[in-house]
Ligand binder design. Structure first.
Ligand SMILES: [Zn+2]
Length: 79
């Protein structure tokens, strides 16, 4: 049996708790970034008026709802 003092046991418990909190936080950040990247892939930026709209039909060529010009479904540059 390993002899551990109460303060050492508390310290180990707090360290494990902080490590678990860090893992949960990193997992949440990774999930959020993945979600944002997926949401950005559906956006189309109009070459004529600069309007950014969703490509709901997942087509290669879409018409801008604002000015009506055809645009290729390319990823807009991050802001
Ligand atoms: Zn447009």
């Amino acid at each position: 049996m390993i002899q551990v003092s109460l303060s050492t046991l508390l310290l180990i418990g707090m360290a494990v708790g902080i490590a678990l909190l860090g893992i949960v936080w990193i997992a949440a950040v990774v999930r959020q970034r993945r979600f944002e990247k997926r949401a950005r892939e559906d956006l189309v930026s109009c070459r004529i008026c600069g309007n950014i709209y969703e490509n709901l039909q997942k087509q290669n060529l879409t018409a801008c709802p604002k000015c009506g010009s055809l645009n290729e479904a390319l990823k807009p540059k991050p802001i």
